[in-house]
Ligand binder design. Structure first.
Ligand code: SF4
Length: 170
């Protein structure tokens, strides 16, 4: 691998640019994605930056099931992203259509339209789980030589239950 390629890979992994797309969510998962981006959870500490154009993004963060109305837009956005590109399905609906499964206007989870690299379950998915999913995706992308690799088997971010803090009990 050339030095310039290594430098590009290093930069990409240290500062992944993401784009968020709602393909039919009830909006609760979208609020959690926004919460993960705001200072309280501060996903920017991992170098993650929200972009407005798919042409500038490395990671597509999807929420909601794939509705028939949004399917074509979702595929277009995915195709407009440069390689290498990755997809995170946020919320149970994005993972498997969730409560909308079987609905007349719903095709299914995100992977019925585009390939998914990371599944973050939850209804809605918590910001901690979304951050965990992003960090795990970045960790997996870093190959032995710092080279990003395609994830063959999609992964699922699962949060470990934690003990309640004193402040939470009050
Ligand atoms: S997983 Fe739950 S919160 Fe998220 S879009 Fe589906 S119904 Fe809404």
């Amino acid at each position: 691998m050339k030095t310039i390629d290594r430098l590009i890979t290093w930069a990409r992994l240290k500062s992944p640019w993401i784009i968020h797309f709602n393909s039919g969510a009830c909006n609760a998962c979208d609020i959690e994605v926004l919460a993960a981006l705001t200072p309280r959870y501060d996903v920017e500490r991992f170098g993650v930056l929200l972009k407005g154009s798919p042409r500038h993004a490395d990671v597509l963060v999807c929420s909601g099931p794939v509705t028939l109305q949004q399917r074509e837009r979702l595929v277009t956005i995915y195709e407009q992203m440069p390689e290498p590109k990755f997809v995170i399905a946020v919320g149970t609906c994005a993972c498997s259509a969730g409560v909308f499964d079987g609905c007349y206007c719903v095709e299914g989870g995100i992977d019925t339209a585009i390939p998914v690299n990371m599944y973050v379950p939850g209804c809605p998915a918590k910001p901690e789980a979304i951050i965990d999913g992003v960090v795990k995706l970045l960790g997996t992308l870093e190959g032995k030589e710092g080279k990003p690799k395609k994830i063959k088997e999609p992964q699922t971010a699962v949060m470990e239950p934690k003990e309640p803090q004193e402040a939470d009990k009050a």
